[in-house]
Design a protein around this ligand. Sequence first.
Ligand code: UDP
Ligand code: MG
Length: 318
Amino acid sequence: MDISVVIPLLNEDESLQELHDWIAKVMQSNRYTYELIFIDDGSTDRSWNMIEKLSQENEAVKGIRFQKNFGKSQALDAGFELAQGDVVITMDADLQDNPDEIPELYDLIIKEDFDLISGWKKKRYDNLITKNIPSKLFNAAARRTSGLKLHDFNCGLKAYKNIVVKTVKVSGEMHRYIPVLAKNEGFTKIGEKIVQHQARKYGVTKFGMERFVNGFLDLITISFLSKFGKRPMHFFGLWGTFMFLFGTISAFYIGAVKLYKLYKGSSTILVTENPWFYIALTAMILGTLLFLSGFIGELIIKSKDTIKHYRIKEKLNF
Ligand code: UDP
Ligand code: MG
C-alpha cells in the first residue's frame, strides 16, 4: 500500500464528508493505493456515524473509536500502530490542511528518501494574538532546545516513512514534537515543506491558550528526556554522588577542625552553631535523594515497556 492517511478528530462531523471526498479525489487522480484511518478521539457529535457511513461507501476508510477523549497524541499513536502504507501522512480533520499537498509529500519521502517531512504554514489563517505570535516564540524555543531547524513544529500535516511511525511513541501531549522524537530515535533526514493553510471552515479549535503553557513544559520534558530519559542514573546518580561526597567531606572536615581545636585547647564554637554544618547536612540529604531518584528512574524504565495510555472502543475494517 502506498499511503496511509491518519486523521485524529474530535467533534468534526461537519468536515468529514468534504475531507474524505477531497482526499479520495487526490488519491484516485494519482493512482495511489491507500487507506484513510480516522481516529475518533471521543467525539460527542455525529463524527463516528459519519465515519461508519464513509466506510460503507469506500473500503479504504477505516476507523478507530476511543472510549473517551484521550487527546490528539494518543489518537495519532493509535493510528500509527495500525498504519500499513509505505508513507504515512497525518492531517487535521478541520480542513485547515490541504489534501492537494499529498503527492508532493509522498515524492519527498519516496524519491528524496526523507524520513520525515513537516509542513510549514508559512502563511497562516489563524488568530494573530492567540496563535500566531505565541506560536512563533514557541517554535523558536523548540528550535533552540532540539537543534532541529523547523519553523512550524506543531503543523498537523506531516509525512513519515512507515518505520518512523512504528518506532516513535507519541504520549502525553507530545504530538507537537514528533520531529524531535523521531530525531531522538535516529531518524535524521528531516525536512520541511511550505504548505497551504486555510481558515477553519466548520466548528471551533479544540485547544485553548493552555496549549502554550503545556507546550513549554513538554519542551522541557522532552529536551531532558532526550538527554537522560533512557539513563536517569547518569544525571541523578552523578549529581547525587557529587552532593553526597561534598556533604560528607565537609562534615568530616568540620568534625576534624573541632577535634583539633579541642585538642589544642583553643576556644571553639559548637558544631551546630557553624553554618557549614547545615550546608553539609543538606548536601548529604539532597545527594541521597538525587541518587535514589536516579535509581527509581532506572527501575521504572526496566518495567514500563508495555504500558498503553488509551483504550480503543471499536475498530472498523481492520
Ligand atoms: N483533536 C483530537 N483530539 C483532541 C483535540 C483535537 O483529535 O483532544 C483533533 C481535532 O479534531 C483536529 C486536530 O486534532 O482534527 C487539530 O485540532 P484543532 O484544529 O482544534 O487545533 P488547531 O488547528 O487550533 O491547532
Ligand atoms: Mg485546526
